[in-house]
Design a protein around this ligand. Structure first.
Ligand code: UD1
Ligand code: UDP
Length: 363
């Protein structure tokens, strides 16, 4: 049996096209860790992306000793360990670089289960990020690694991981392309917020290193205030919580809205003049949807987007953010990126992963 264990918004999106294929071809158990739990971060994605209900949803509230947060290892590790002990899978699939990813990998390893890591090999080379440590640890614990691009395969080679890694693209493209046409037809988000194509920039900010410090979050918002566009920000709960704590009134060209479902998120991204973000998934979707991206970080683990000329790293320096935004609007960046091949694949990554698993596991 294979158990897939995930627990956050981007993991639901990125596994949405793969879960039905795993169900069809394997004895497959699907577990949701409950790291993300709000309706607007979880339920809407299960509904819109037609992801079937998990066999088991772990909930922090049911534990005797409540954790500080649902991403706390003191909750995740025992809860996932119990799940693995009771259900005894042969393989455990984990995705990406969240606390749920590491907790599931540690629990799997404790019980001698083989780990399959999807979206392996990404490296920002910034070891201050908890996500970077998760990537490195989980890659080195895994039996099979599904790697988006040749670059990441090379990173793994350099760390001594030479076998059982497969370059397959990124499953985000499967979801993004599949729902992009549906978003064109069904989403009313632009009418609802009263904006038209190219009239606005789209921004998301949620990284701990950007939102947890009042100085940094306010610096970013002040920088966005100097842009020539309206800026629409659906607020990740972490961003919203911090903004409320810091008691800062956002500048008038910034429109903060509730987190969007996937259909509206795609529509608003596709029609933006450009995107500003510290999200991993949004950097990948921007190049897939051919929208220029400014990444509000000094580094990225999505290097392919930078070398393709579709993504610009500014950190949170207001002058750089401003220059890059002006450069995007004042040059032919947008036209040029229409023709670049998507480094993350053709939307068939989930199929490719399934075929490799059929070959490797059913022998
Ligand atoms: C987590 C991942 C990050 C990923 C992001 C995707 C870790 C350490 N970080 O960050 O790599 O990019 O998910 O969105 O795993 N909250 C809610 N409702 C929710 C989820 C979170 O209110 O459904 C609030 C809670 O106050 C929580 C805070 O957001 O304490 C942070 O959530 P957490 O899961 O710790 O980290 P993320 O910032 O979501
Ligand atoms: N997203 C969404 N609604 C929003 C903001 C983001 O559907 O309001 C989607 C976005 O399109 C991408 C994913 O959420 O697919 C990215 O998640 P997030 O930024 O939380 O995490 P990361 O990718 O950085 O781990």
């Amino acid at each position: 049996m294979i158990s897939t264990i995930i627990g956050t918004r981007p993991e639901i999106i990125k596994m949405s096209r793969l879960i039905p294929l795993l169900d069809k071809n394997f004895d497959h158990r699907f577990v949701f860790s409950g790291q993300h739990y709000s309706k607007e971060m979880v339920d809407i994605f299960f509904e819109q992306l037609k992801v079937r209900q998990p066999n088991h949803v772990l909930t922090p509230g049911k534990l005797e000793h409540k954790p500080m947060a649902s991403s706390d290892y003191t909750y995740l590790l025992p809860a996932i360990s119990n799940e693995i002990r009771e259900n005894n899978p042969d393989y455990v699939i984990v995705y990406g670089d969240t606390n749920s990813t590491l907790a599931a990998a540690l629990a799997a390893q404790k019980f001698g289960k083989k780990i399959i890591h999807i979206e392996a090999g990404l490296r920002s080379f910034d070891e201050r990020m908890s996500e970077e440590l998760v990537r490195i640890l989980v890659d080195h614990m895994s039996e099979l690694l599904f790697v988006p691009t040749d670059l990441e395969s090379m990173f793994l080679e350099k760390e001594g991981i030479k076998n059982n890694k497969f370059v397959v693209g990124n499953t985000v493209v499967d979801a993004c392309l599949y729902y992009s046409d549906i978003a064109d037809k069904e989403s009313r988000i632009l009418e609802n917020i009263g904006l038209q194509k190219d009239e606005y920039a789209f921004a998301t900010i949620h990284r701990a290193e950007n939102v947890d410090s009042p100085e940094k979050l306010i610096k970013i918002l002040r920088a966005l205030a100097t842009l020539d566009k309206q800026v629409v920000i659906p607020m990740h709960p972490r961003h919203k919580k911090r903004l409320n704590e810091f008691g800062y009134n956002v500048p008038s060209n910034i429109k903060t809205i509730e987190p969007l479902g996937y259909i509206d998120a795609l529509k608003i991204m596709k029609n933006a003049a450009y995107v500003l973000t510290d999200s991993g998934g949004v950097q990948e979707e921007a190049i897939t949807l051919k929208v220029p991206c400014i990444t509000l970080r000094e580094t990225t683990e999505r290097w392919e987007t930078v070398s393709a000329g579709a993504n610009f790293l500014t950190g949170i320096d207001p002058r750089l953010i401003n220059y890059k935004a002006k450069m995007i609007l004042g040059t032919d960046v947008k036209t040029k990126i229409q023709n670049i091949p998507n480094p993350y694949g053709d939307g068939k990554t989930s199929e490719r992963i399934t075929n490799i698993l059929l070959d490797k596991l059913k022998k």
